[in-house]
Write a protein that binds this ligand. Structure first.
Ligand SMILES: Cc1ncc(COP(=O)(O)O)c(C=O)c1O
Length: 371
């Protein structure tokens, strides 16, 4: 919702004066100017009629360049993270755009030693062929982070909580040690309901909107948010030049998901708390990790594969952040691409994405599977 166009007849919308829950419900929603529909239409179009050559509304000349449904989502995501959003066809497309915007051949990146396997694969297998160099660092060790930052370090990539071990990283402390480097935070696991990295001094926030932001496991998407006008322009340029854009219906789905983000995140955390209580009482469970918010839980268990194959409510599947609970074994599933690297994960690690079902049912399902 732009500050010029109030929704009702009252004062103009001003996100800064509202709580997060209110912003989540209203972010990016201007009533449709034609019919005043409360939810704007899905602009399922590839192109726009021009009155005369080169005469079109704002920058809406072609939908790779701009689309109103996408713009509404970008405004919403920008509002919730405290910057300006640029959306992409997936989280990895967003990561690729950001890294190619800020880095060049010869640039050095500091990556977390515990990270999403696809991020590692993107840097190690794709971008390093174009001259990007990187180091993996345990970012819970601030001295190690400091040692890893070199004169040519262009970007420090943070995940917090990390995937899949769910360590919390001190974003502000890393920002304080950054020297000349830019700082990007993958906020997919925390969401802006729990953590807003731009307010902590980061330059960029990245999301796989496929996860908690969309929230219903029915769409793949990504976003980069920045508070810097120059970087926003550069990201828009690459979005249009490379063209990994999300379609209008996908944007609509993510935008609809945002409106219940605060409610879902609270329910995910309730489920996770109940599941963690059960896991704490199992003597075979070790390295149990839950950040205290969100629905992500990980633990080691000698029968990891059997447990993941035995649950009924927890579906054995990759991904996370939807309303339904999922279980996986990262080493065999989401993190295959880090096998053999310093970011490899143990084979007995289980990762849960606790959904918003009745927590007692989730606990009963897991108890049965644990045996
Ligand atoms: C933390 C994190 N970042 C980024 C991604 C990539 O997102 P996408 O699958 O939408 O490309 C994932 C996917 O699982 C993820 O878990």
């Amino acid at each position: 919702m732009s500050s010029q166009s109030p929704r009702g007849g009252g004062d103009a919308w001003s996100p800064a004066k509202h709580h997060f829950a209110t912003r989540a419900v209203h972010a990016g929603l201007d009533p449709d100017p034609t019919y005043r529909s409360v939810i704007p239409p899905i602009h399922q179009t590839s192109t726009y009629a021009q009155r005369r050559p080169g005469e079109f509304v704002e920058d809406f000349d072609y939908s790779r360049t701009a689309n109103p449904t996408r713009l509404a989502l970008e405004r919403a995501l920008g509002e919730l993270e405290g910057g300006r959003g640029v959306t992409f066809a997936s989280g990895l497309a967003a990561e690729h755009a950001l890294i190619t915007v800020v880095c060049e051949a010869g640039s050095h990146i500091v990556l977390p030693a515990d990270l999403y396997g696809g991020t590692y694969r993107l840097v190690d297998r794709v971008l390093s062929r174009w001259g990007l160099r990187y180091d993996l660092v345990d970012q819970t060790d601030l001295d190690a982070v400091q040692r890893a930052i070199r004169d040519d370090t262009r970007l420090i990539w943070i995940e917090s909580p990390t995937n899949p071990r769910l360590a919390l990283i001190d974003i502000q402390a890393i920002v304080a040690r950054r020297r000349g480097a830019l700082v990007a935070v993958d906020n997919t696991f925390a969401t802006p309901a729990n953590q807003r990295p731009l307010e902590l001094g980061a330059d960029f926030v990245v999301h796989s909107t496929t996860k908690y932001l969309g929230g219903h496991s029915d769409v793949v998407g990504g976003v980069v948010v920045t508070g810097d006008e120059h970087w926003h322009e550069q990201l828009r340029f690459v979005q249009n030049s490379v063209g990994a854009v999300p379609g209008p219906f996908d944007c609509f789905l993510v935008h609809r998901g945002l409106r219940t983000l605060h409610l879902r995140m609270a329910a995910h955390a309730r489920s996770a708390a109940a599941v963690v209580e059960l896991l704490r009482s199992d003597p075979n469970v070790s390295e149990l990790s839950w950040p205290g918010f969100s629905g992500m839980v990980s633990f080691r268990h000698p029968r990891a594969v059997e447990i993941a194959s035995a649950t009924q409510l927890f579906t054995l599947a990759e991904s996370l952040g939807g309303v339904e609970s999922l279980i996986e074994v990262p080493q065999a599933m989401t993190h295959q691409s880090v096998e053999g690297s310093a970011a490899a994960v143990p084979a007995d690690l289980v990762r849960l994405s606790c959904g918003v079902e009745e927590p007692a049912d989730l606990v009963a399902d897991l108890r049965r599977a644990l045996g």
